[in-house]
Design a protein around this ligand. Structure first.
Ligand code: ZN
Length: 148
């Protein structure tokens, strides 16, 4: 493994892969979506319960590589309790981070734990693994569960 790859698969990512946060089914989700990354085979099912504009509870299940699972784990923790607007801003910062040039300055304070995925920029094939959970989050926000 090259040093860059080693850095990408840091301990934090490996730990989240082994013991992901919010890996659960929600009893009464208001929004759900499924995401699939054919390049790697990562699959995720995301569910959340919105109360007004606030993401009150969020959980995911699925299978995939360490990066996709760790990203889902950290993303769900990052947006839990936030408003939909705040989650969108965080998504934009994350997307900028993983797709920008190496020299670009990152808003590490706002990114918090998400900043560990900055190394993904060097591996274009891994960008989709890291962003799958986020794209699934956006789909879920556009797919309210029908309550009849
Ligand atoms: Zn993957």
């Amino acid at each position: 493994m090259s040093e860059e790859l080693r850095e990408l698969y840091q301990q934090v990512i490996l730990d989240h892969n082994r013991h992901p946060n919010n890996y659960k089914q929600l009893p009464c989700p208001t929004h759900t979506a499924e995401g699939y990354n054919p390049l790697c085979g990562d699959r995720i099912v995301l569910a959340m319960a919105l109360c007004g504009d606030i993401i009150k509870e969020i959980g995911f299940q699925g299978s995939g590589c360490a990066i996709s699972k760790a990203s889902a784990s950290i993303m769900t923790s990052a947006v839990n309790g936030k408003t939909v607007g705040e989650a969108n801003i965080l998504f934009q910062k994350f997307q900028t981070m993983i797709t920008s040039d190496l020299g670009t300055r990152l808003d590490r304070v706002a990114l918090g734990k998400l900043a560990i995925f900055a190394g993904v920029r060097e591996f274009p094939s891994r960008v989709k693994c890291a962003s799958l959970a986020w794209h699934t989050l956006l789909s879920a926000l556009n797919e309210p569960v029908s309550t009849q």
